[in-house]
Structures are given as C-alpha cells and as structure tokens.
Design a protein around this ligand. Sequence first.
Ligand SMILES: C[S@@+](CC[C@H](N)C(=O)[O-])C[C@H]1O[C@@H](n2cnc3c(N)ncnc32)[C@H](O)[C@@H]1O
Length: 197
Amino acid sequence: MRLSEARKDRYRKLAKDKGYRSRAAYKLKQINESYHLFEPKSTVLDIGCAPGGWIQVVQEITNNKCLIIGVDIKNVEPIKDVVIIQGDIESEVTIKKIESIARSKISVILSDMSPNVSGLWEIDHVKQILLTEKALNICNILLRQKGNAVFKVFQGEMLKEIEGKMKQMFEKVYIAKPDASRKESSELYYICLNFRY
Ligand SMILES: C[S@@+](CC[C@H](N)C(=O)[O-])C[C@H]1O[C@@H](n2cnc3c(N)ncnc32)[C@H](O)[C@@H]1O
C-alpha cells in the first residue's frame, strides 16, 4: 500500500471509529487547529456539506452554540440542531432560503464543494473554480464584516486569479494542505480571515 493510500485509510478508519460522517472532518479539524475560525453564538454556513462531517466538527468546536446552516445538492441525513437546505448553490432560490434562515449576517462561510469529477484534471479544475467563485459571491451577499471563510480549490491555471479575488476581499489569506488531504490530490484550502466589507 502506498503512503497516501495508507493515510487515506487511516483517516477513514479514524472517522468511522469517532462517528464522523466523512474523512473530510479531519481536514477542517486540522485547519481550525491553526486558524481558530469560529466563535460561539454565531452563524456558520457550510456549502457543499454532505454527508455532514464538517458540520459535526463545527458543532464540536463551538460546543453546539452556533446556528449552523448546511447546503448541498445531495440529501443529507438530518443532524440535530442544524438547518439543512437541499439545493444548488448556483440557484437564486437556494440563496433566498439561506438569507431567510440566517436573518442577520453570517460569521463563517465554509465551502468544501467538489463538482462531479470527470478525471480530466483541467476540466475538473475549471468546474471547481466556478463553484468557488459562486461561494465568493455568497460571501459578498451574506458574510459579516471581519467574518472568516474557508474554500477548497482544485489547483490549476485559474488559481492565481481566484486567489487575487480572495486577497481583495479578505485582509488575510493563507493556503493549507491538511495532512488528511491526500498528497496526490490537487485540492488545497484557502483560509480567508477578516472580510473587508
Ligand atoms: C467533498 S463533499 C463535502 C464533504 C463535507 N465537507 C463533509 O465533511 O462531509 C463535496 C460536496 O459538494 C457538493 N456540491 C457540489 N456542487 C454543489 C452545488 N452547486 N451546490 C451545493 N452543493 C454542491 C456535492 O454534492 C458534495 O456533497
């Protein structure tokens, strides 16, 4: 077994043992260890939340003291105290639903969105970056001033352009490749702190 396979397996097993719905839970845990994204009694939006591993981690970190709204095209098994919206983030209807539930501005926006991957690296990159652009637009509508965000991206030629947009929108922008993310996968995470508007 290659090292990366072993790591994938290790996190899958850990997630199963600890009752997390996905291995991805460990990526957010590891990111938060360095960046401390959340504060209690705030609102967190998790875009592309299925099956719900990141939501479980946010609940754990904030002692279940946040309003968490999860959105995904896919069905998500209900999670106690969490509002799940099944919908496409590219649709106006979904945005309106989020707005009506959040009522005031959101403190943290998370996006772990992945498109349906074709296996063709460049195409998947473009599709993923378009989703990230959508998530950035949602920050412009819903994120509070000084709020934080995390965006998964697939590396490729459009990366610098989207990074530039993040740097305009946020005071601090960091890049992370958590240990739980497979080394050979093209995914990276942008951690964006202190929304400027
Ligand atoms: C890697 S999974 C997220 C895993 C999640 N963070 C967890 O910890 O369980 C990526 C998700 O993005 C969702 N997604 C992709 N495009 C989307 C869109 N346009 N609107 C909403 N969700 C989308 C997919 O359905 C998929 O469930």
